[in-house]
Structure formats: structure tokens, C-alpha cells
Design a binder for this molecule. Structure first.
Ligand code: PGA
Length: 249
């Protein structure tokens, strides 16, 4: 008997088609369970998904008022109103297009006391009954959330020092100025992520091909945190052809 299950892999011709299919799936899930608990991600990857979700929210008159959200991570030092914060990113790309209730939008607060904030977040997720569907991107170095490659990984929400690669890929949020990208973040840990009931990881573009192939075909290793998704029984990898181009299926 094996405890390791392969993630399900679905390859779409392009990012837009993938985003549309996932948005419809999330909309259906919300209509079936109005008090759904969403785990959400930031970065370039989910933008097309959030655009589609905004569209389907209008076309179906979707009611988000009983839903709850938790985002994966936030920069240390940035308050919710800071233009570079992930909280602002989510407001712009998704929240303002929905009737989510502000008190049901959960975020790590980057300018709070870090240790107390990480504890508070874990307790809040537990009190909400856990996350039903967690959306994930993947860093080119195989990180998920801000769980960066390292000799050891943290299980729970924690403070993390960002790699230069990760800071570089976030520079666009700070007018392209790498030195403005905070050096630290707060992030859900690996166990927090793996306890979500369903995981949907999106990846597109050639630059994600290697880490996607390592996630699916490689060994479990803390040097590629996303490889731990192989331990979860309900993971969908939603790829475009470029991101799937190095896979052995
Ligand atoms: P990206 O980042 O969507 O901007 O490529 C993904 C990630 O770092 O998790």
C-alpha cells in the first residue's frame, strides 16, 4: 500500500482557458456550499483566475457573503493598506469584485507582532473549520506560499527570510525596485497548506516547467517544498502546455 498519490495533472492549451475552467469550478463549489472556506494565493499566476472569478461573479450573481478566505502569506512590515501588500493586491484583483464580508477576509497582518500573528492565524483557520479549497502557485525554485527551499521546512505559519529569487519575482509590486521588496514574510507552513481538503496548483509558462516536473516526477525533498504535495490525496495541477513541457506522464 502506498501513501503517496500522484497529483492529478490537467494540461490546457493556454493560461486563459485554464483560468476559466478553474473559475467555473470554484463558482460551482461556492454555489453548492455558500460558507466555503477558500485559501487564496497572490503572484502573477492567479490574476487570470481572479479576473475570471470576477466575471463569473457578475454573470451568475454569485453570493460570497457566507464565504471565508485565508491568504497564504504577507510581507513583514507592510500594513493592510500598504500599496505593496498582498492584502491590497487581493482587494484590487478579487475582493472588490465580490460581496465578501470584510470580517470573513482573513490575512496575515505584516506589521503586527510576528509570532503572535502567526499563532492567531493558525487559531483562526482552525476555528473556521479548516480550509476547503486552497489555490496555490509555485515559485521557479519550487516554493509554495513562502515555504522556501531549505534543509528543513516549518509545519505551521511562521516568519521566513525570502530568497533573492523570490524577492526579484515580487519586484513588480514595488515599481521594479528590488531593494524595496521586504526581506521577510509571514507564511502558512507546510502542514497548514497540506491540511486544506483540496489543493489546486496553477502554473503556466516555460519558466515553471522544471519545478513542475520535479514536483510530479521527483522525490520528496525540502529543497523543492512543492514536492510534498505528493503526500496529499486531493491535488489538481492545472498547467498550460509550456509549464507541462518537461513532465513525464
Ligand atoms: P508567480 O509566483 O505567480 O508570480 O509566478 C508564484 C509563486 O511565487 O508562488
Amino acid at each position: 500500500m502506498s501513501f503517496i498519490r500522484d497529483p492529478r495533472v490537467t494540461v490546457f492549451p493556454d493560461e486563459q482557458t485554464a483560468a476559466r475552467v478553474v473559475a467555473v469550478r470554484l463558482a460551482n463549489a461556492l454555489q453548492d456550499k455558500p460558507d466555503l472556506v477558500f485559501g487564496l494565493a497572490t503572484g502573477r499566476t492567479p490574476i487570470a483566475l481572479y479576473d475570471e472569478l470576477a466575471r463569473v461573479t457578475i454573470s451568475r450573481n454569485l453570493d460570497w457573503s457566507a464565504a471565508t478566505t485565508f491568504n497564504l502569506d504577507e510581507f513583514v512590515g507592510l500594513g493592510p493598506e500598504d500599496p505593496g501588500s498582498y492584502r491590497r493586491f487581493m482587494q484590487e484583483h478579487l475582493f472588490r469584485h465580490t460581496n465578501l464580508r470584510p470580517e470573513r477576509i482573513n490575512f496575515l497582518v505584516g506589521n503586527a507582532d510576528p509570532d503572535a500573528e502567526c499563532d492567531r492565524y493558525e487559531r483562526t483557520i482552525a476555528a473556521a473549520g479548516g480550509i476547503d479549497i486552497q489555490i496555490l502557485g509555485i515559485g521557479t525554485n519550487g516554493h509554495i506560499g513562502f515555504n522556501e527551499p531549505a534543509p528543513g521546512l516549518e509545519a505551521r505559519t511562521h516568519r521566513v527570510t525570502l530568497t533573492i529569487e523570490t524577492r526579484r519575482s515580487n519586484a513588480a509590486l514595488f515599481g521594479g525596485r528590488l531593494e524595496q521588496v521586504p526581506a521577510e514574510a509571514l507564511s502558512m507552513g507546510m502542514a497548514t497548506i497540506l491540511q486544506a481538503r483540496t489543493l489546486i496548483l496553477l502554473a503556466h509558462g516555460e519558466r515553471k516547467a522544471q519545478c513542475v516536473a520535479a514536483l510530479v516526477n521527483g522525490p520528496l525533498t525540502t529543497e523543492l517544498p512543492a514536492s510534498f504535495l505528493q503526500l496529499h490525496g486531493d491535488v489538481d495541477l492545472i498547467l498550460d502546455t509550456a509549464a507541462a513541457s518537461s513532465l513525464t506522464l
